[in-house]
Design a protein around this ligand. Structure first.
Ligand SMILES: NC(=O)c1ccc[n+]([C@@H]2O[C@H](COP(=O)([O-])OP(=O)(O)OC[C@H]3O[C@@H](n4cnc5c(N)ncnc54)[C@H](OP(=O)(O)O)[C@@H]3O)[C@@H](O)[C@H]2O)c1
Length: 268
C-alpha cells in the first residue's frame, strides 16, 4: 500500500541492472512519483530511463547526483565502490541506501561521512513485478516509506542478520531449475511444451499464493494439507525425504553462509 507522503528526491549512483529494475518498478507502481536523479553511468541505461520517465533525469556527474537528492542509493559493484566514492562530498542530512551485497551499512557510513544515516536495501528480481521481499536494514523510516508498494518490505534492525537472509535467498535459480525439470519431464511424456509450461508455472503460482496467504500458525501444516495418505504427493515427498533432498538443500544454503566472502564478486 502506497501512502500519501511528500515527494522524495532519490539519487542513484550506478545505474546498472538492479538499479534500472528498481527505478522502473518505482516509476510504474501506483501512487505518486518520486524524483530520480541518475548518475551518468551506465550511459545507455540512464539515458533510456530519463527518456522514458518524466520524473527521471540524468545528472552530469556523481557529485551532481548527491547535491540534488535527499536519499542517495549506492548501486555499483562492490569492487567499484571505492573508486566511485573517491572525492565525493555527502551532506550530513542525507540518507544513504546501499544495494551493495555483503557490505554492512555501518561500514558504508564510514565511507559516506558526514552522511551517517545509512542502511542496506536488498531488492530481488521480482521487484520488477512489485512482488517479493525487500530487506531494509536498519529500518530508516524515510527509506521504508519510499520503497513502500514494491513487494513485502522486511525491516531488519540487526545488520549482522542481513547475511542470513541474503544466503537464504540463494534458492532462486534452484527453484527455476526444479520448475524447468518438471516441465521437461511432462514434455518428454508427449505433452505439448506450452501446455506443460503453463500447467507447472500456474501450479507454482497458486502454491506460492496459498503459502503466502495462510497464517504463520498454518504454515507448518501446508505439506500435510497438500497430500493424501498413500497418494501421489505423499509418495514423491517421502521419496525425496528418504534421499535427504531437503537436508541437502539446507546444507547448501548453510555452506554458502559459512563461506561467503565480503565485498567480493560472488557477494550476491
Ligand atoms: N543484480 C541483482 O539482482 C542484485 C540484487 C541485490 C543487490 N545487488 C547489488 O547491486 C550492485 C549492482 O549490481 P548489478 O547487478 O546492478 O551490477 P551492474 O549491472 O554491473 O551495475 C553496476 C553499475 O555501476 C556503474 N558504475 C561503475 N562504476 C561507477 C562509478 N564510478 N560511478 C557510477 N557508476 C558506476 C556501472 O556503470 P558502467 O556500465 O558504465 O560500468 C553499472 O551501471 C552490486 O553491488 C550488487 O551486489 C544486485
Amino acid at each position: 500500500m502506497v501512502h500519501d507522503r511528500g515527494m522524495a528526491r532519490i539519487g542513484i549512483l550506478g545505474v546498472g541492472t538492479i538499479a534500472e529494475a528498481v527505478v522502473r518498478a518505482m516509476c510504474t507502481r501506483p501512487g505518486q512519483a518520486d524524483e530520480f536523479i541518475l548518475s551518468p553511468r551506465s550511459e545507455a541505461r540512464s539515458m533510456r530511463l530519463a527518456e522514458e520517465f518524466g520524473n527521471c533525469r540524468r545528472a552530469e556527474s556523481n557529485q551532481a547526483v548527491i547535491d540534488a537528492c535527499d536519499i542517495v542509493v549506492l548501486a555499483m559493484r562492490p569492487q567499484d565502490l571505492d573508486e566511485a566514492l573517491e572525492g565525493l562530498t555527502f551532506r550530513e542530512d542525507q540518507i544513504v541506501a546501499s544495494f551493495i551485497a555483503a557490505l554492512p551499512p555501518s561500514q558504508v557510513a564510514e565511507l559516506t561521512a558526514p552522511a551517517i544515516r545509512t542502511c542496506q536495501v536488498i531488492p530481488l528480481p521480482a521487484i520488477a513485478v512489485h512482488r517479493g521481499p525487500l530487506v531494509i536494514s536498519p529500518g530508516i523510516p524515510e527509506v521504508v516509506e519510499v520503497f513502500d508498494g514494491l513487494g513485502d518490505v522486511i525491516v531488519l534492525d540487526d545488520e549482522t542478520k542481513i547475511r542470513v537472509l541474503s544466503c537464504a535467498s540463494a534458492i532462486m535459480s534452484t527453484y527455476y531449475e526444479a520448475q524447468n525439470r518438471v516441465i521437461d519431464w511432462i514434455v518428454d511424456q508427449g505433452v505439448a511444451p506450452q501446455t506443460a509450461s503453463l500447467y507447472i508455472r500456474s501450479e507454482l503460482e497458486g502454491l506460492a499464493s496459498v503459502g503466502k496467504a495462510v497464517s504463520e500458525d498454518q504454515r507448518a501444516d501446508l505439506p500435510a494439507e497438500h497430500q493424501t495418505p498413500g497418494g501421489l504427493n505423499e509418495r514423491v515427498r517421502a521419496g525425496l525425504l528418504e534421499q535427504g533432498w531437503f537436508d541437502a538443500l539446507v546444507a547448501q544454503v548453510d555452506g554458502i553462509y559459512r563461506n561467503a566472502v565480503l565485498r567480493g564478486p560472488d557477494a550476491d
